[in-house]
Design a protein around this ligand. Structure first.
Ligand SMILES: *Cc1c(COP(=O)(O)O)cnc(C)c1O
Length: 382
């Protein structure tokens, strides 16, 4: 054994950086519910803290831990993943050009189409896994931001972050990555050249389906990061103190949960690949997934806890399988300890590009055999 004084990310997460409350010596951080802080008689604020919308002491440990796990210089918490994502685009100026993926989290795509365009941004949607199309969409000098998501909802499309960063930077733009599905356990986009990482902390970071939260991590604290910080402070899309505390509690088990979800998702993908009732199993960990090679390079320790099944008999069969499961819960969202199943086209509604025969699975931490048996009995009902 060699001495290694630098703890690994899983150790840092388990101990939430090992911070001790100075006043009480407690191993768990207190919650600060105060909205305002006292000014000294000399008219100064000795701690620099003034008002809770500007700066919340309950965020310090969570933001520092997340920045550490992602290898960034700073992190900011937001009231939701969407608030975090929207803030990145609001830090741009009218007339700026933005490139976003064709396959991406659908609410953000809708927000870009309906809100960002009225805000004056020019948005092009491209297949970001196709580097030729990606390059053609960039307008050097005018493109200010490229947004990618990897693995991307709900086909688990993989984008090569290092290649995307190189193309984006040579066009003079910044690269932002939605890292919700990969989490810092599997991918650290900043190490591959990304400028900003966004997390729907509602999902794996918290992990218990009981907190709505978002976060941004910056590779460096530049002028854009200062605009982002100001938008959060003045626009007020801040997280409550209790939610921030719960999020830190959830993040302590992030590595255990994500590793188990990955192992079980890989086992499910292997088991159901080639199943008579299925047309396709979409999972980046399967060698026939179009993004497998890139995923194997940029993801460490697993291919994620999300997979999708396409039913041979189409949409009605997909809805029937979702109706027949007993252990999987029929619900939207992802990244919790309980496994979820969703007929994705139904939640996205008319105009969705998601195939009607697709079921999206978020794999939790239950016994893998129970999940296999549950899906087998649901498929047997067809
Ligand atoms: C859920 C989700 C979001 C949005 O996060 P909220 O916390 O629900 O606002 C963004 N991106 C991805 C990939 C998500 O799964």
């Amino acid at each position: 054994m060699t001495d290694d004084p630098k703890p690994r990310p899983a150790t840092l997460a388990a101990q939430a950086l090992g911070w001790i409350d100075e006043t009480t010596r407690a191993v768990v951080a207190p919650i600060h519910p105060a909205t305002t802080f006292v000014r000294d008689a000399d008219n100064r604020y000795p701690t620099g803290r003034i008002y809770i919308r500007d700066d919340n002491p309950t965020y310090d440990q969570v933001e520092t831990l997340l920045a550490t796990l992602d290898g960034g210089m700073a992190a900011l918490l937001f009231s939701s993943g969407m608030a975090a994502a929207a803030t990145v685009f609001q830090a741009l100026s009218p007339g700026d050009h933005v490139v976003a993926p064709k396959v991406m989290y659908w609410v953000l795509r809708r927000w870009l189409q309906e809100f960002a365009v009225r805000w004056g941004l020019q948005v092009d949607f491209v297949a970001t896994d196709d580097l030729t199309a990606f390059k053609a969409a960039l307008r050097p000098g005018q493109t200010k931001l490229v947004w990618i998501e990897t693995p991307a909802n709900p086909l688990w499309t993989i984008t090569d972050i290092a290649a995307a960063a190189e193309l984006t930077h040579s066009a003079g733009a910044r690269l932002a990555v939605d890292g919700t599905v990969a989490t810092p356990v599997l991918t650290r986009p900043i190490e591959h050249g990304a400028d900003i990482v966004m997390h729907a902390a509602t999902k794996y970071l918290n992990g218990h389906s009981d907190v709505l939260a978002g976060a941004l991590v910056a590779a460096r604290t530049d002028d854009m990061w200062e605009r982002i910080r100001a938008i959060r402070r003045d626009g007020g899309a801040v997280l409550g103190s209790f939610e921030a505390w719960l999020l830190l509690r959830g993040m302590r088990t992030l590595f255990l949960r994500v590793r188990q979800s990955c192992a079980t998702a890989q086992a499910l993908a292997r088991h159901f690949h080639g199943h008579a009732k299925l047309a396709q199993v979409l999972y980046p960990g399967l060698p026939d997934h179009p993004g497998h090679e890139v995923a194997a390079r940029q993801m460490q320790g697993g291919f994620g806890g999300m997979l999708s099944l396409r039913l041979r008999d189409g949409e009605a069969a997909a809805v029937k399988v979702a109706a027949e499961v007993k252990i999987f819960k029929r619900a939207t969202s992802l990244g919790g300890v309980e496994s979820l199943i969703e007929h994705r086209a139904s939640i996205e509604g008319p105009g969705t590009a998601v195939p009607g025969d697709l079921l999206r699975l978020s794999v939790g931490i239950e016994e893998p055999e129970d999940l296999v048996a549950d899906l087998e009995q649901a498929l047997a009902s067809l």
